[in-house]
Design a binder for this molecule. Structure first.
Ligand code: HEC
Length: 297
Protein backbone atom coordinates (compact mmCIF):
# COMPACT_ATOMS: atom_id res chain seq x y z
CA UNK A 1 0.00 0.00 0.00
CA UNK A 2 1.21 3.47 -0.78
CA UNK A 3 -0.33 6.86 -0.31
CA UNK A 4 -0.53 9.49 -3.01
CA UNK A 5 -2.50 12.14 -1.13
CA UNK A 6 -0.11 14.70 0.18
CA UNK A 7 -0.97 16.74 3.21
CA UNK A 8 -2.80 13.95 4.98
CA UNK A 9 -0.75 14.33 8.09
CA UNK A 10 -1.15 18.11 7.95
CA UNK A 11 -4.89 17.68 8.03
CA UNK A 12 -4.70 15.24 10.93
CA UNK A 13 -2.82 17.84 12.88
CA UNK A 14 -5.38 20.41 12.01
CA UNK A 15 -8.16 18.15 13.23
CA UNK A 16 -6.46 17.35 16.53
CA UNK A 17 -5.56 21.00 17.08
CA UNK A 18 -9.20 21.85 16.45
CA UNK A 19 -10.41 19.10 18.79
CA UNK A 20 -7.89 20.25 21.39
CA UNK A 21 -9.10 23.83 21.12
CA UNK A 22 -12.70 22.73 21.55
CA UNK A 23 -11.72 20.64 24.55
CA UNK A 24 -10.05 23.65 26.13
CA UNK A 25 -13.03 25.85 25.40
CA UNK A 26 -15.49 23.38 26.83
CA UNK A 27 -13.31 22.00 29.58
CA UNK A 28 -13.42 18.64 27.82
CA UNK A 29 -17.05 18.13 28.73
CA UNK A 30 -18.81 19.25 25.61
CA UNK A 31 -16.43 17.66 23.16
CA UNK A 32 -16.46 14.43 25.12
CA UNK A 33 -20.23 14.50 25.24
CA UNK A 34 -21.94 12.36 22.66
CA UNK A 35 -21.92 13.79 19.18
CA UNK A 36 -22.92 10.47 17.66
CA UNK A 37 -26.52 9.47 18.20
CA UNK A 38 -26.88 6.03 19.76
CA UNK A 39 -30.07 4.02 19.36
CA UNK A 40 -31.50 1.13 21.30
CA UNK A 41 -32.51 -0.67 18.14
CA UNK A 42 -30.83 -1.21 14.81
CA UNK A 43 -32.18 0.98 12.05
CA UNK A 44 -30.25 -0.70 9.25
CA UNK A 45 -27.94 -3.67 8.64
CA UNK A 46 -25.11 -1.13 8.34
CA UNK A 47 -25.45 0.11 11.91
CA UNK A 48 -22.43 -0.52 14.11
CA UNK A 49 -23.41 -2.46 17.21
CA UNK A 50 -21.79 -1.50 20.51
CA UNK A 51 -22.12 -4.26 23.08
CA UNK A 52 -20.37 -2.70 26.08
CA UNK A 53 -18.60 0.33 27.47
CA UNK A 54 -20.99 3.22 26.95
CA UNK A 55 -21.67 5.31 30.05
CA UNK A 56 -25.18 4.90 31.43
CA UNK A 57 -25.98 1.86 29.31
CA UNK A 58 -26.80 -1.15 31.54
CA UNK A 59 -24.48 -4.10 30.94
CA UNK A 60 -26.00 -6.66 28.62
CA UNK A 61 -27.72 -3.99 26.53
CA UNK A 62 -26.58 -3.12 23.04
CA UNK A 63 -26.59 0.23 21.31
CA UNK A 64 -26.36 1.08 17.63
CA UNK A 65 -24.65 3.85 15.68
CA UNK A 66 -25.75 4.59 12.11
CA UNK A 67 -23.23 4.38 9.27
CA UNK A 68 -24.41 7.78 7.99
CA UNK A 69 -23.65 9.34 11.38
CA UNK A 70 -20.13 7.85 11.37
CA UNK A 71 -19.77 9.18 7.83
CA UNK A 72 -20.60 12.68 9.09
CA UNK A 73 -17.66 12.71 11.53
CA UNK A 74 -14.41 14.23 10.22
CA UNK A 75 -13.25 11.68 7.65
CA UNK A 76 -10.10 11.38 5.61
CA UNK A 77 -9.54 9.85 2.22
CA UNK A 78 -6.50 7.59 2.09
CA UNK A 79 -5.07 6.46 -1.24
CA UNK A 80 -4.08 2.87 -0.53
CA UNK A 81 -2.65 0.23 -2.81
CA UNK A 82 -4.12 -3.26 -2.71
CA UNK A 83 -6.15 -2.74 0.47
CA UNK A 84 -9.28 -4.35 -0.98
CA UNK A 85 -8.73 -4.69 -4.71
CA UNK A 86 -5.60 -4.67 -6.84
CA UNK A 87 -4.10 -1.28 -7.58
CA UNK A 88 -4.79 2.07 -5.99
CA UNK A 89 -8.08 2.81 -4.29
CA UNK A 90 -9.55 5.67 -2.31
CA UNK A 91 -10.56 4.56 1.15
CA UNK A 92 -12.65 6.97 3.23
CA UNK A 93 -11.99 6.45 6.92
CA UNK A 94 -12.78 7.79 10.36
CA UNK A 95 -10.11 7.23 12.98
CA UNK A 96 -11.04 4.99 15.89
CA UNK A 97 -9.96 7.57 18.47
CA UNK A 98 -12.37 10.05 16.89
CA UNK A 99 -15.20 7.53 17.04
CA UNK A 100 -14.42 7.03 20.72
CA UNK A 101 -14.25 10.78 21.26
CA UNK A 102 -17.68 11.22 19.72
CA UNK A 103 -19.33 8.63 21.96
CA UNK A 104 -20.09 8.66 25.69
CA UNK A 105 -17.49 5.97 26.39
CA UNK A 106 -17.35 4.89 30.06
CA UNK A 107 -14.46 6.52 31.88
CA UNK A 108 -12.35 3.38 32.46
CA UNK A 109 -12.90 1.97 28.97
CA UNK A 110 -9.71 2.57 27.00
CA UNK A 111 -9.62 -0.48 24.72
CA UNK A 112 -11.64 -1.43 21.66
CA UNK A 113 -12.66 -5.03 21.05
CA UNK A 114 -14.05 -5.96 17.64
CA UNK A 115 -15.85 -9.14 16.55
CA UNK A 116 -16.56 -10.27 13.02
CA UNK A 117 -19.44 -12.15 11.46
CA UNK A 118 -17.26 -15.29 11.16
CA UNK A 119 -16.13 -15.40 14.79
CA UNK A 120 -12.85 -13.55 14.20
CA UNK A 121 -11.77 -11.07 16.87
CA UNK A 122 -9.34 -8.14 17.25
CA UNK A 123 -8.17 -6.09 20.19
CA UNK A 124 -6.99 -2.46 20.14
CA UNK A 125 -5.28 -1.48 23.41
CA UNK A 126 -5.03 2.25 24.20
CA UNK A 127 -1.32 2.47 23.42
CA UNK A 128 -1.93 0.85 20.03
CA UNK A 129 -4.80 3.24 19.28
CA UNK A 130 -2.69 6.27 20.16
CA UNK A 131 0.40 5.13 18.27
CA UNK A 132 -0.98 3.32 15.22
CA UNK A 133 -4.16 5.34 14.64
CA UNK A 134 -6.41 2.48 13.52
CA UNK A 135 -9.33 3.62 11.40
CA UNK A 136 -12.80 2.44 10.45
CA UNK A 137 -13.37 2.12 6.71
CA UNK A 138 -16.58 3.84 5.59
CA UNK A 139 -16.23 3.97 1.81
CA UNK A 140 -14.19 2.22 -0.84
CA UNK A 141 -13.77 4.34 -3.98
CA UNK A 142 -16.63 6.51 -2.76
CA UNK A 143 -19.09 3.66 -2.17
CA UNK A 144 -20.48 2.74 1.23
CA UNK A 145 -21.15 -0.82 2.46
CA UNK A 146 -24.57 -0.96 0.75
CA UNK A 147 -22.61 -1.14 -2.53
CA UNK A 148 -19.93 -3.60 -1.35
CA UNK A 149 -18.12 -5.71 -2.38
CA UNK A 150 -16.30 -3.26 -4.62
CA UNK A 151 -15.68 -4.36 -8.19
CA UNK A 152 -12.75 -6.74 -8.25
CA UNK A 153 -13.46 -8.31 -4.85
CA UNK A 154 -15.74 -11.34 -4.61
CA UNK A 155 -16.03 -11.30 -0.81
CA UNK A 156 -18.01 -8.64 1.04
CA UNK A 157 -15.68 -7.12 3.66
CA UNK A 158 -18.57 -5.32 5.38
CA UNK A 159 -20.38 -4.21 7.31
CA UNK A 160 -17.18 -2.70 8.79
CA UNK A 161 -13.45 -3.02 8.38
CA UNK A 162 -10.97 -1.66 10.87
CA UNK A 163 -7.46 -1.23 9.57
CA UNK A 164 -4.07 0.38 10.00
CA UNK A 165 -1.68 1.63 7.34
CA UNK A 166 1.95 2.45 6.85
CA UNK A 167 0.72 5.55 5.04
CA UNK A 168 -0.82 6.84 8.26
CA UNK A 169 1.95 5.72 10.61
CA UNK A 170 5.20 4.61 8.94
CA UNK A 171 6.46 1.33 10.33
CA UNK A 172 3.00 -0.22 10.77
CA UNK A 173 3.79 -3.09 8.40
CA UNK A 174 6.65 -4.18 10.65
CA UNK A 175 4.33 -4.99 13.58
CA UNK A 176 4.22 -8.74 14.33
CA UNK A 177 1.12 -10.21 12.65
CA UNK A 178 -0.22 -6.77 11.77
CA UNK A 179 -3.00 -8.45 9.75
CA UNK A 180 -4.79 -9.12 13.02
CA UNK A 181 -5.41 -5.38 13.28
CA UNK A 182 -7.22 -5.45 9.93
CA UNK A 183 -10.39 -7.44 10.59
CA UNK A 184 -13.01 -7.60 7.84
CA UNK A 185 -16.69 -8.24 8.53
CA UNK A 186 -16.72 -6.38 11.86
CA UNK A 187 -20.32 -6.21 13.05
CA UNK A 188 -19.90 -5.33 16.71
CA UNK A 189 -17.45 -3.58 18.97
CA UNK A 190 -17.10 -3.04 22.71
CA UNK A 191 -15.19 -0.54 24.84
CA UNK A 192 -13.53 -2.08 27.89
CA UNK A 193 -10.75 -1.36 30.36
CA UNK A 194 -7.62 -3.16 29.17
CA UNK A 195 -6.82 -4.62 32.60
CA UNK A 196 -10.35 -5.98 32.93
CA UNK A 197 -10.25 -7.49 29.44
CA UNK A 198 -6.92 -9.18 30.14
CA UNK A 199 -7.62 -10.12 33.77
CA UNK A 200 -7.98 -13.88 33.11
CA UNK A 201 -4.46 -13.89 31.61
CA UNK A 202 -3.13 -12.38 34.85
CA UNK A 203 -5.14 -14.45 37.32
CA UNK A 204 -4.59 -17.78 39.10
CA UNK A 205 -1.87 -19.83 37.41
CA UNK A 206 -1.26 -16.91 35.01
CA UNK A 207 -0.55 -14.37 37.75
CA UNK A 208 3.21 -14.67 38.01
CA UNK A 209 4.50 -15.96 34.74
CA UNK A 210 8.11 -16.40 33.70
CA UNK A 211 9.66 -13.73 31.46
CA UNK A 212 8.97 -15.92 28.43
CA UNK A 213 5.38 -16.39 29.63
CA UNK A 214 4.88 -12.64 29.68
CA UNK A 215 6.19 -12.32 26.13
CA UNK A 216 3.94 -15.19 25.10
CA UNK A 217 0.91 -13.49 26.63
CA UNK A 218 1.41 -10.52 24.31
CA UNK A 219 1.71 -12.73 21.24
CA UNK A 220 -1.34 -14.71 22.31
CA UNK A 221 -3.49 -11.62 22.88
CA UNK A 222 -2.48 -9.90 19.66
CA UNK A 223 -2.42 -12.92 17.36
CA UNK A 224 -3.87 -16.22 18.59
CA UNK A 225 -6.84 -14.61 20.33
CA UNK A 226 -8.19 -13.58 16.92
CA UNK A 227 -9.43 -17.16 16.51
CA UNK A 228 -8.88 -18.88 19.86
CA UNK A 229 -10.52 -18.31 23.23
CA UNK A 230 -7.88 -17.96 25.95
CA UNK A 231 -7.61 -19.32 29.49
CA UNK A 232 -10.36 -18.59 31.98
CA UNK A 233 -12.64 -16.97 29.43
CA UNK A 234 -10.01 -14.48 28.25
CA UNK A 235 -11.48 -12.48 25.37
CA UNK A 236 -10.94 -13.97 21.97
CA UNK A 237 -12.60 -15.11 18.81
CA UNK A 238 -13.93 -18.59 18.28
CA UNK A 239 -13.21 -19.05 14.61
CA UNK A 240 -11.03 -22.07 15.45
CA UNK A 241 -13.79 -23.97 17.29
CA UNK A 242 -11.06 -25.35 19.57
CA UNK A 243 -11.30 -25.03 23.34
CA UNK A 244 -8.20 -23.56 25.00
CA UNK A 245 -7.65 -26.85 26.87
CA UNK A 246 -6.91 -28.67 23.62
CA UNK A 247 -4.19 -26.19 22.72
CA UNK A 248 -2.85 -26.35 26.27
CA UNK A 249 -2.62 -30.15 26.08
CA UNK A 250 -0.66 -29.95 22.82
CA UNK A 251 1.61 -27.21 24.20
CA UNK A 252 2.35 -29.30 27.27
CA UNK A 253 2.49 -32.93 26.11
CA UNK A 254 2.84 -32.70 22.36
CA UNK A 255 5.32 -29.86 21.97
CA UNK A 256 6.72 -30.82 18.57
CA UNK A 257 3.23 -31.08 17.10
CA UNK A 258 2.35 -27.71 18.61
CA UNK A 259 5.44 -25.99 17.19
CA UNK A 260 5.04 -27.49 13.73
CA UNK A 261 1.32 -26.80 13.68
CA UNK A 262 1.71 -23.12 14.56
CA UNK A 263 4.42 -22.61 11.94
CA UNK A 264 2.77 -24.65 9.21
CA UNK A 265 -0.61 -26.22 10.00
CA UNK A 266 -1.04 -27.92 6.64
CA UNK A 267 2.30 -29.72 6.99
CA UNK A 268 0.69 -31.67 9.87
CA UNK A 269 -2.97 -31.70 8.87
CA UNK A 270 -3.41 -31.14 5.11
CA UNK A 271 -6.97 -29.89 5.55
CA UNK A 272 -6.03 -27.36 8.27
CA UNK A 273 -7.58 -23.94 7.88
CA UNK A 274 -5.48 -22.12 10.44
CA UNK A 275 -3.13 -19.51 9.02
CA UNK A 276 0.57 -20.37 9.07
CA UNK A 277 3.14 -18.49 11.15
CA UNK A 278 6.38 -19.42 9.36
CA UNK A 279 7.99 -16.19 10.58
CA UNK A 280 7.83 -17.18 14.27
CA UNK A 281 11.24 -17.67 15.85
CA UNK A 282 12.01 -20.55 18.23
CA UNK A 283 11.97 -17.99 21.06
CA UNK A 284 8.49 -16.81 20.10
CA UNK A 285 7.22 -20.41 20.04
CA UNK A 286 8.87 -21.04 23.43
CA UNK A 287 7.18 -17.90 24.74
CA UNK A 288 3.77 -19.03 23.48
CA UNK A 289 4.22 -22.43 25.10
CA UNK A 290 5.34 -20.73 28.34
CA UNK A 291 2.18 -18.63 28.34
CA UNK A 292 -0.23 -21.39 27.37
CA UNK A 293 1.20 -23.81 29.95
CA UNK A 294 1.40 -21.01 32.57
CA UNK A 295 5.13 -21.40 33.17
CA UNK A 296 5.92 -19.75 36.50
CA UNK A 297 8.55 -17.06 36.91
C1 HEC B 1 -7.16 -17.10 11.55
C2 HEC B 1 -7.56 -17.95 12.64
C3 HEC B 1 -6.50 -18.56 13.53
C4 HEC B 1 -5.43 -17.95 14.16
C5 HEC B 1 -5.01 -16.51 14.06
C6 HEC B 1 -4.81 -18.96 14.97
N1 HEC B 1 -5.46 -20.13 14.83
FE1 HEC B 1 -4.94 -21.88 15.70
N2 HEC B 1 -6.49 -22.81 14.75
C7 HEC B 1 -7.38 -22.22 13.91
C8 HEC B 1 -8.31 -23.22 13.40
C9 HEC B 1 -9.46 -22.94 12.45
C10 HEC B 1 -7.94 -24.43 13.97
C11 HEC B 1 -8.62 -25.79 13.76
C12 HEC B 1 -7.85 -26.70 12.85
C13 HEC B 1 -7.59 -26.07 11.50
O1 HEC B 1 -8.48 -25.99 10.65
O2 HEC B 1 -6.43 -25.63 11.31
C14 HEC B 1 -6.77 -24.16 14.81
C15 HEC B 1 -6.07 -25.12 15.50
C16 HEC B 1 -4.94 -24.89 16.27
C17 HEC B 1 -4.13 -25.91 16.88
C18 HEC B 1 -4.31 -27.42 16.73
C19 HEC B 1 -5.36 -27.94 17.64
C20 HEC B 1 -5.67 -29.39 17.34
O3 HEC B 1 -6.77 -29.76 17.67
O4 HEC B 1 -4.83 -30.12 16.78
C21 HEC B 1 -3.13 -25.28 17.57
C22 HEC B 1 -2.03 -25.94 18.39
C23 HEC B 1 -3.31 -23.87 17.39
N3 HEC B 1 -4.42 -23.67 16.57
C24 HEC B 1 -2.53 -22.89 17.95
C25 HEC B 1 -2.57 -21.54 17.61
C26 HEC B 1 -1.69 -20.55 18.13
C27 HEC B 1 -0.62 -20.77 19.18
C28 HEC B 1 -2.01 -19.36 17.51
C29 HEC B 1 -1.33 -18.03 17.63
C30 HEC B 1 0.02 -17.97 17.19
C31 HEC B 1 -3.11 -19.65 16.60
N4 HEC B 1 -3.43 -20.97 16.70
C32 HEC B 1 -3.70 -18.70 15.76
C33 HEC B 1 -7.43 -20.88 13.58
C34 HEC B 1 -6.50 -19.95 13.97
Amino acid sequence: MRITTRGLRGRSHWFSAFAGALMLMSGGGLWAASQLAVSKTAGSPYDLKITAGLADVPSGEDRFVAWSDLDSLPTEVLELEGEFVPGMQSVTVVFLDQVMGALPVASQADTVLAWCTDGYFSIYPPEFIARQRPFVVLRINGDGPDKWPPEGLNFNPGPYVISVADEVVPGTEAILDVGHKRPWGVDRIAFVALNTALAPAHTGKWRELSTAGNVGRDIWVNSCSSCHPGPGGLVGGDKSQRPFEILAAHAKYNTDYFRTYVRSPTSVVPSAKMEAHPHYTDEQLDALIAFITAEQG
